[in-house]
Design a protein around this ligand. Structure first.
Ligand SMILES: C[S@@+](CC[C@H](N)C(=O)[O-])C[C@H]1O[C@@H](n2cnc3c(N)ncnc32)[C@H](O)[C@@H]1O
Length: 259
């Protein structure tokens, strides 16, 4: 069993989606019977796969829910195809474009795009986050309103750079749009970082491959690459975009490959 395997407390393995069971079988997780001494681990809590962190005397937990909470709010009141994310990805004019989300994370953005009708392939390299995604997708399939959205989302556990390099010469597989949302650098007011962002930062740290990911995306997308950045952040690779789409705190840099 690899020592780098992510800790997993198998308190209720029957509740695991079959894809997560497959990851367990591949030794991507290492099972423990108790959480003693563990800083971060996965477990099943209230029937949902959850990442639990015990850091700085604080207990943080994270699961993904596409049916309720923020995802529901954004789906119902997010502004439809006029919201900046959808505009940046060209959904209004090109509803049939396929989207590859190379930095899936908690899939908040991918879920918005899929709920607006896009076919989205999500790629996440961190095993715990991938497991949370698979679990949330499998639970959401039981909801009649959300199931059609979920059916437009396909989730891969892989490094996106490797995936993009592998499909680069296959026009059938190249996506129309590649979407990137790399981890932002540390913010100074760390107390203000939202709890879920604290968990993400603990799990994945900061992007160290964003430059090569961006290059691979530019070489593989058929129509455009969209990069999500904080409003005042530098451009990725100092490359000027074709244009930008703005929202109050976020900027989407759009690199048009072909109209
Ligand atoms: C800021 S989060 C993305 C948040 C996401 N847009 C959302 O709506 O929840 C960035 C994620 O990209 C993942 N990531 C970064 N580089 C990657 C790569 N080369 N391949 C796959 N996943 C990657 C990280 O593990 C992290 O989960």
């Amino acid at each position: 069993m690899p020592t780098s395997a992510f800790p997993f407390i198998l308190n209720n393995s029957d509740a695991l989606a079959s894809d997560v069971q497959n990851l367990l079988a591949k030794d991507i997780f290492k099972s423990f019977s108790s959480s003693e001494g563990l800083l971060g681990f996965l477990l099943v809590k209230e029937k949902r796969l959850t990442v639990q962190l015990n850091i700085n005397n604080e207990s943080l937990s994270l699961h993904i829910d596409f049916v309720a909470g923020k995802s529901k709010h954004r789906r119902l009141y997010g502004g439809g195809k006029n919201q900046p994310l959808a505009k940046a990805c060209g959904l209004y004019k090109h509803p049939r474009w396929t989207i590859f989300d190379a930095t899936a994370g908690l899939a908040r953005d991918a879920f918005v795009l899929a709920s607006l009708g896009a076919q989205v392939t999500l790629c996440e390299q961190h095993p715990a986050l991938y497991a949370l995604l698979v679990d949330a997708i499998s639970r959401a399939r039981d909801d009649a309103d959300i199931a059609p959205v979920i059916n437009r989302m396909q989730c891969l556990h892989q490094n996106s750079i490797e995936y993009l390099v592998a499909i680069r010469n296959n026009n059938e597989q190249r996506p129309d749009v590649i979407y990137l949302d790399p981890m932002y650098p540390d913010r100074k007011k760390s107390a203000k970082i939202k709890k879920e962002m604290q968990v993400l930062q603990y799990l994945v740290g900061h992007a160290d491959d964003e430059k090569s990911l961006f290059e691979s995306a530019l070489n593989t997308a058929l129509h455009r690459v969209v990069v999500k950045r904080p409003k005042s952040a530098k451009r990725l690779n100092d490359k000027a975009p074709s244009y930008e789409v703005n929202s109050p705190n976020t900027r989407y840099d759009v690199y048009v490959i072909k109209c």
